[in-house]
Design a protein around this ligand. Structure first.
Ligand code: CAA
Ligand code: NAD
Length: 305
């Protein structure tokens, strides 16, 4: 029977069609959980190759989900959910009918602002725009759009790996309207996520606490206090973390972590975060320079395949 594997949920704040920009790690995951929960999803990226990469990430992840949810019909399960996802490199077309746009492209203020400025002229007036930025100011990204869109603009921060992590942070700017906020709460709940709310401050909630913790762990090995293996074991067995800080650094990407921390040094100058927390760390910068980026490059603090 058709749609046998899809969750059918009623309320999603009027959002039925979601367009996701960026078919990388995060965008693919966001598209997947939308499709799994019955949204009509368009996934858009700049090249066909990037789109193929995104579809591959989704197929692999759906295989894991299917093993639990539909062990006797893995192929049927995957096919049914994939039928909710279309792909295109045409960004204007991608948003023509969208109720919600979620942007998960590279972490660059300029590139994000260029994309949203363009989409503002192409999307329906009521369409909600959301960014999955980890570390940039949502308000500054939203200012690329006209005033009425800024009321329909918020941060929607998912966590890696998206299909497994239940949290989503909804970030309100001073301009985000109550109805936009409520619609985002409804649609993320429909997507199986648990939303929390935060003001537009550096790192929101999770990264504001997690990034300084990971940086402090690197400073411990810089001082020779303990080995990465022992620090990871300590935090896993002594504090109940699923991954110690070095496994997590390899998982998130050392380049991403270095990028977040250097971006925040500018915010520190404006008094938004303490300078001490984001002091440069020579080991981290050196590893990034050598291409030891963690899981994505096969080598970080650990050799990973
Ligand atoms: N697709 C679908 N399902 C997945 C998945 C994927 N890519 N990855 C994991 N899962 C599912 C598994 O199927 C499993 O489901 P069940 O419990 O229903 O069986 C569950 O997640 C746990 O997975 P595993 O048993 O394979 O492995 P694990 O117990 O070691 O968990 C993990 C893996 C969920 C990644 C866990 O190690 C973890 O929580 N790690 C910490 C991750 C984290 O902190 N992420 C946040 C990073 S910071 C960030 O994202 C913000 C930013 O801006 C940088
Ligand atoms: P990624 O490098 O895996 O994917 C980015 C994708 O965006 C690529 O496929 C690229 O081709 C595409 N892209 C670049 N410019 C584009 C444009 N103008 N239009 C359409 N697509 C474009 O990156 P990622 O790890 O998925 O991160 C995406 C966003 O999510 C970033 O803002 C990042 O900070 C944020 N984020 C990342 C994590 C994480 O742990 N990796 C967690 C939460 C949030």
């Amino acid at each position: 029977t058709l749609h046998r594997h899809l969750s059918t949920s009623s309320s999603s704040g009027g959002i039925e069609r979601m367009t996701v920009f960026g078919a990388g790690l995060m965008g693919a995951g966001i598209a997947q959980v939308g499709a799994q929960n019955g949204l009509k999803v368009i996934l858009s990226d700049v090249t066909d190759q990037a789109l193929q990469n995104g579809l591959q990430i989704i197929t692999k992840s759906l295989g894991r989900v299917a093993k639990k949810k539909a062990p006797d019909d893995i192929e049927g399960f995957t096919r049914e959910i994939m039928a909710n996802i279309e792909t295109t490199t045409d960004s204007a077309k991608a948003v023509e009918e969208a109720d919600l746009v979620v942007e998960a492209i590279i972490e660059s203020l300029k590139v994000k602002r260029d994309l949203f400025g363009f989409l503002d002229t192409k999307a329906k007036e009521k369409c909600i725009f959301a960014t999955n930025t980890s570390s940039l100011s949502v308000t500054e990204i939203a200012e690329s759009c006209g005033q009425s869109r800024q009321a329909n603009f918020a941060g929607l921060h998912f966590f890696n790996p998206v299909p497994a992590m239940k949290l989503v942070e909804i970030i309100r700017t001073p301009h985000t309207s109550d109805s936009t906020y409520e619609a985002l709460r409804a649609v993320t709940t429909r997507m199986g996520k648990a939303p929390v709310t935060c003001k537009d401050t550096p790192g929101f909630i999770v990264n504001r606490l997690l990034v300084p913790y990971m940086l402090e762990a690197i400073r411990m090995i810089e001082r020779g206090d303990a080995t990465p293996e022992d620090i990871d074991q300590a935090m896993e067995l002594g504090a109940g973390y699923p991954m110690g800080p070095f496994k997590l650094l390899d998982f998130v990407g050392l380049d991403t972590t270095a990028y977040i921390s250097s971006g925040w040094r500018e915010k520190a100058a404006q008094g938004q975060i303490s300078e001490e927390l984001v002091r440069p760390i020579p080991i981290l910068d050196e590893m990034v320079k050598q291409g030891r980026l963690g899981r994505k490059s096969g080598k970080g603090f650990y050799d990973v395949s």
